[in-house]
Ligand binder design. Structure first.
Ligand code: ATP
Length: 195
């Protein structure tokens, strides 16, 4: 079974590509959702987060995600410590996910941050979804109601398209002009070993 990563900058269309792969029958593991879940559900992750950042980010036992995000944004050391707590727990969940789907030809991990952490090296095939920055900003503003400066600040904290492309096995161009579904179908055929 192949383990396939799908990554790309904010608003590039990772989730959209993964939705098409899911329609084609691929099991999709959403690493960012899983990361949120382990922070909510995993007592060991909780304990280590309290040790690292203090009780103040937990109100009546519930994580104040926004406050923690503000705390680690722009502080690489704090972000690294948070990732060192959360990522191993997510990797463990992905391992279990792969075991559950061991009979499938391939499984997909969708992750916003993958090239940045070197996480792609543990996968068999890396798909990078690209779109021009202005287009990505427009999409995220439309989807989340975020302002342009906020989206651009997040983009500055992620890897660049050039860095992602340098390690990609497959590129999917989602620039709003090139058709995406034929590209995903062709990827699926290759992963199924048909082409
Ligand atoms: P994030 O990193 O923020 O989770 P993402 O890479 O997963 O983003 P999507 O959520 O798939 O990106 O897409 C961002 C927004 O742009 C969504 O509202 C989606 O419906 C829209 N979108 C994606 N691709 C296109 C496209 N080709 N044309 C128009 N809108 C698109």
């Amino acid at each position: 079974m192949l383990r396939v990563g799908v990554t790309g900058g904010i608003g590039s269309g990772k989730t959209t590509v993964c939705e098409v792969l899911a329609v084609l029958g691929a099991p999709v593991f959403h690493a960012d959702d899983e990361a949120r879940q382990v922070q909510d559900d995993d007592p060991e992750v909780r304990r280590r987060m309290v040790d690292a950042f203090g009780e103040k980010f937990f109100e009546n036992g519930a994580l104040n995600r926004k406050a923690l995000a503000e705390r680690v944004f722009g502080d690489p050391d704090a972000l690294r410590r948070l990732n060192e707590i959360v990522h191993p727990a997510v990797r463990e969940r992905f391992k279990r996910f792969c075991v559950q789907h061991a009979r499938e030809p391939y499984v997909v991990m969708e992750a916003a941050i993958l090239v940045e952490t070197g996480g792609h090296k543990a996968l068999d095939h890396l798909v990078v979804v690209t779109a021009p920055e202005d287009e990505r900003v427009r999409r995220v503003m439309g989807r989340d109601g975020a302002d342009a400066a906020h989206v651009r600040a997040r983009i500055r904290h992620q890897a660049t398209d050039a860095q992602r492309k340098a390690v990609a096995d497959t590129l999917i161009v989602n620039d709003g002009r090139t058709l995406v579904i034929p590209q995903v179908l062709s990827l699926h055929e290759r992963l199924m070993g048909r082409t």
